[in-house]
Design a protein around this ligand. Structure first.
Ligand code: TYD
Ligand code: MG
Length: 463
């Protein structure tokens, strides 16, 4: 094999250097150099470009069509993947360390292997003994679940050729390395090269592969974010470690709809799909408490209802009130506070404001705006909102309530769960209410109208 040399490339401006540099001489960025392989004259790479890959052909004459799928064993995971695992797809499963990615994979692969699928689980993090211990607890022992602790990607690919598994799991991308680079496993160059090699080698063989990746503290750089463009599907496993609930989200999927999500409960014997997550999230909701509002999340085929809690209390530090948000973007909360001040005339400047999404869930949808604003106003005014009310709507900078996606599915689910009223954005003329009409609908044009409707008093006369 021709010896390939390596080069260091700046992630910021693309400046190339023969050795690692702390600061880029071109763009002056610190710590931006990553190692890359130079494979210009390798006969192997030329050989790979076979004539069939280079040929141009009409799209209608390309063989194949409807992609083949099979079950991963866990229904909730199948749903998030868009109806099962597609043959030949590369799926990245990202999440914080310790959130349960290995558990999710081992559990579903145990079930798939139990149905006769040949699975190769390669873990660079745990020894086969440790994996067995965990598999015992999860009830995932099966003769067709093969385990290896190999960490060199070239050796893993040789192993794949020898064993010919039907599903491959690589846990985690940060622990593998390629011999073509000299840097340590986990370095950005290694992570990218390993993922790219896996993608190149897996596609022609048609083996569906799960690549696990830890989200690093710095977020994007050496973590799964750097790989999102390479893979077919990106799933994120999220949740608060000290809460039992975990959300699996599809943020990119070449074979199914996004956003899609599944909810699991982490138990002593592994992950259990939550049948009725909204009921669980709402079960601990306080009654008659100012600052508590129900909002809906519709990032998948099934809408989810969660409680937003806000607490506004007069600040002891003049001029520098505290603003904290968990489970929601703090910038979005600051924006809503500014709108409440400017458009509703609420004097929030001297208030410490805390916003929390109960149950350790993260909301990224603007449809929660109305609920968050009402929770803050409710806590500030010390008025509680009827727990039978759900609020949904995006708020614009002028305080107007804007339309949201999937309104009908949210309303149907709200009716099914027994809510009495929904505060929603104004509707198109020919719209008719879905469901059996048990749910009272209150369309509102702006934030002022919404607050009036839930507090039954005029909060401000600025509209
Ligand atoms: P793990 O899958 O190792 O996380 P990751 O691969 O994302 O780093 O999950 C580890 C956590 O999950 C650990 O803190 C304990 C918890 N856990 C359970 O609560 N029940 C179980 O059955 C298992 C296997 C793990
Ligand atoms: Mg793990």
């Amino acid at each position: 094999m021709a010896k390939s040399t390596t080069i260091f490339v700046c992630n910021g401006c693309g400046h190339r250097a023969p050795k690692w540099l702390g600061k880029c001489p071109e763009c002056e960025e610190w710590n931006s150099f990553a190692e890359e392989a130079v494979k210009s004259n390798s006969p192997r790479s030329r050989q790979k470009n076979s004539p069939s890959q280079k040929r141009v052909q009409p799209i209608t004459e390309i063989a194949g069509g409807e992609s083949q799928r099979f079950s991963t064993g866990l229904e909730e995971l199948d749903k998030v993947l868009g109806g099962g695992l597609t043959v030949g797809s590369l799926v990245l499963v990202g999440g914080d360390p310790g959130i349960g990615k290995s558990t999710l994979m081992l559990q579903s692969m145990g079930l798939a292997a139990g149905k006769g699928k040949k699975v190769l689980y390669v873990s660079g993090e745990e020894s086969p003994e440790q994996i067995k211990l965990r598999a015992e607890r999860l009830g995932s022992l099966s003769d067709t679940l093969l385990v290896s602790s190999e960490i060199c990607i070239e050796d893993i690919l040789d192993l794949v050729d020898k064993i010919k598994p039907e599903i491959l799991v690589l846990d985690s991308v940060q622990t593998f390395f390629t011999r073509e680079l000299t840097s340590a496993p986990g370095a950005i160059g290694q992570v990218r090269e390993v993922a790219f090699r896996v993608m190149q080698e897996i596609k022609p063989r048609g083996i569906p592969t799960f690549l696990i990746g830890h989200v690093t503290k710095e977020g994007a750089l050496a973590g799964p974010k750097a790989l999102e463009h390479i893979v077919d599907t990106v799933l994120y496993f999220e949740g608060e470690k000290n809460h039992a609930y975990r959300i699996l989200r599809a943020v990119k999927n070449r074979f199914g709809p996004t956003p899609e999500m599944g909810v699991f409960e982490m138990c002593r014997d592994g992950l259990r799909p939550a049948d009725n997550p909204s009921e669980i999230f709402l079960s601990e909701r306080p009654e008659d408490a100012p600052g508590s509002v129900i909002v809906s999340i519709a990032e998948g085929s099934r809408p989810l209802f969660v409680e937003v809690q806000a607490l506004a209390s007069s600040s002891s530090s003049i001029g520098m009130p505290r603003r904290m948000a968990t489970g929601i973007d703090p910038n979005r909360v600051s924006l809503l506070i500014a709108i409440l001040e400017k458009r509703q005339g609420l004097h929030l400047q001297g208030e410490d404001i805390f916003v929390n999404i109960a149950g350790g869930i993260r909301i990224s949808e603007p449809a929660a705006d109305l609920g968050v604003a009402a929770a803050i106003a409710g806590s500030f005014r010390n008025i509680s909102i009827d727990p039978g009310i759900v609020m949904m709507g995006e708020i614009g900078l002028a305080g107007e309530v804007r339309s949201i996606l999937n309104l009908d599915t949210r309303l149907l689910e709200a009716e099914r769960l027994g809510f009495s009223q929904c505060i929603i954005p104004t509707l198109p003329k020919n719209w008719s209410q879905p469901g059996e009409g048990r749910l009272k609908i209150k369309p509102v044009k702006n934030l002022g109208e919404a607050l009036e409707a839930v507090f039954k008093t005029v909060v401000s006369d600025s509209f």
